[in-house]
Design a protein around this ligand. Sequence first.
Ligand code: KG4
Length: 338
Amino acid sequence: MISILAIESSCDDTSAAVIRDGLLLSNVTASQKVHEEYGGVVPELASRAHQQNIVPVVDAALRRAGVSKDELSAVAFTRGPGLLGSLLVGTSFAKGLALTLSIPLIEVNHLQGHVLAHFVQTPDGGERHPAFPFLCLLVSGGNSQIVLVKAYNDMQIIGQTIDDAAGEAFDKCAKIMGLPYPGGPWIDRLAKEGNADAFSFNKPHIKGYDYSFSGLKTSFLYFLRDRLKEDPDFIENNKNDLCASLQKTVVDILMQKLRMAAKDLNIRQVAVAGGVSANSALRQAFIDHGKRYHWEVFIPPFSFTTDNAAMIAQAAYFKFLDHDFCPIDAAPFVKTVI
Ligand code: KG4
């Protein structure tokens, strides 16, 4: 029997999961509320909150799975990319536990974890998995990439943002409108009552499959600045329409490059992953593209969209089968690589 404890601490969620023989037994996450009042993640506060959360979260994951520490075959952790201080908490904890129990250590790339969330199997079963090769649109607060997935352990970033990530664009524009952090879910909620064609914002012209979102943020800022001169209540009076129009623009930008990649590479298995994949307009766009372009689309359950250890456990399970363990001196990395 192969039982793995996985730890995710790359940003502001402390998460632990247990997988046994490829079946997810538990996935426990403590989200950090401390950042809300600052309008974004404060790295030092995130590291401290991870320190407070990690023992109870791991304990809860093991208890919920009904697996004792002595039954573990390996300990896995997110090595990067992410915030250094946050990553160090999970990395150090995993190393300490692996050394104490004399079991192997497995490092997981956070981005590969998001992609492999599509292979998580819960005891309820019934999940569909994409077949290789497939394309995965990876969109979160820190990443916007198109990943060509050739195998569990063979992925290539074929397009990525050259500045802000899609989630960052949502969060920054939400902040401009005075919405709380993180703004993505707020924009999604308010957009449901708005007209997506009410306003139009500049779309970037970037070559290849790369993205850019900083221009959209600036265009949104200047648009509001001009309108507020004429009507100080412009944001308040048009919030739903602003959210719906902004959301449509972001989704259009994301889907246009994805369509291009799918056509060029002749791939019809298309998945979405990362925090922004919780967005209802993006999920609908996937369903619509599936019908229109005969794609088979894969949209993760909400629990696996934001950062979670279940996806790290799944990636670790594949690595365990390959005997792909990591040395005890492995240090976290911050940069985006896959
Ligand atoms: O993957 P994730 O949990 O972690 C980070 O990369 O930090 O993604 C968080 C991002 C945030 O930018 C958040 O605003 C965005 O995902 N997000 C959403 C929605 N839910 C989360 N953006 C748009 N619509 C949503 N429903």
